[in-house]
Write a protein of this length. Structure first.
Length: 56
């Protein structure tokens, strides 16, 4: 059984350079996972097809 991992605190705020961004809300040790991707995994071929569709 996988146990939930505690993720470091992050803060969403404005960046003077790039609009909105995600910043560390606490010190983060080296090699610490800071996000957990929960999206759909697709192949490069499917990605290219979708990109062409979205750009058109």
């Amino acid at each position: 059984m996988l146990w939930p991992t505690r993720l470091p605190k992050t803060v969403r705020k404005r960046s003077r350079l790039h609009g909105w961004g995600v910043f560390a809300g606490e010190s983060i040790n080296k090699n610490t996972r800071i996000i957990d991707y929960a999206g759909e995994l697709i192949s490069k071929k499917v990605s290219d097809i979708r990109e062409d569709t979205y750009l058109n």
